[in-house]
Design a protein around this ligand. Structure first.
Ligand code: GTP
Ligand code: MG
Length: 197
């Protein structure tokens, strides 16, 4: 697992604080509290790498985690859709996120983290549409799958795949659980492929 070598580099509050736009990076996007930071930690097999929290809105910066060398990076993005964030901060983050997604040449793909019990909410679809428009692949982790029965999981995955096939052909999906540690290798394979690890 090459992701075991991942480490924290920096937190960027603005785009010019990010490392040079060279090499390859993969960003973890998703609604607030969906489980992005937990997924990143599970994939890297490192408990406290990205900060996680029961309180939505925990991740407020673009957190940068180089994998083996600085040219291969994972980015933990702030969650979207958290109502209690002050308006000014929400606007700031929306601007940063929009510009990041539009301009970041080294961004090779998006990991879209969704609670398996509530997939494909409005902002998730915005993210998929962005991926489609910019030609970037989007891999959906249907996380917290431990909260679903086996048959519910199978049904949810089939439903999401069907919706993706109809509207977002660059989208793929899998079941995932940071808690139960399921789906890790499948997710690692996708990300490693994008980063050419
Ligand atoms: P923000 O940074 O605030 O946007 O949140 P996030 O998307 O990074 O979520 P985070 O990883 O901090 O997890 C949010 C909550 O969901 C925490 O209480 C986690 O323990 C819980 N959680 C994350 N992944 C799983 C999972 O696979 N199963 C279960 N049952 N809980 C999970
Ligand atoms: Mg987070």
């Amino acid at each position: 697992n090459p992701f075991r070598q991942a480490h924290f580099l920096t937190s960027a509050n603005r785009l010019n604080q990010l490392p040079d736009d060279a090499g390859a990076e993969v960003a973890f996007a998703g609604r607030s509290n969906a489980g992005k930071s937990s997924a990143l930690n599970a994939i890297c097999d490192q408990h406290g790498l990205a900060r996680t929290s029961k309180t939505p809105g925990r991740t407020q910066l673009l957190n940068v985690f180089p994998v083996d060398d600085p040219a291969h990076r994972l980015i933990d993005l702030p969650g979207y859709g958290y109502a209690k964030v002050p308006e000014a901060m929400r606007l700031h983050w929306r601007g940063v996120l929009d510009t990041y997604l539009r301009t970041r040449a080294s961004l090779k793909g998006l990991v879209l983290v969704m609670d398996a019990r509530h997939p494909l909410k409005e902002f998730d679809c915005d993210m998929l549409a962005f991926g489609a428009a910019s030609g970037r692949p989007c891999h959906c982790l249907l996380t917290k799958a431990d909260k679903l029965s086996r048959s519910e999981g199978i049904r949810t995955l089939a439903g999401v795949r069907k919706a993706l096939a109809a509207e977002f052909p660059l989208g793929t999906a899998q079941l995932f659980s940071s808690l139960a540690k399921t789906g890790l290798d499948e997710a690692r394979a996708v990300i490693a492929g994008w980063l050419e690890l």
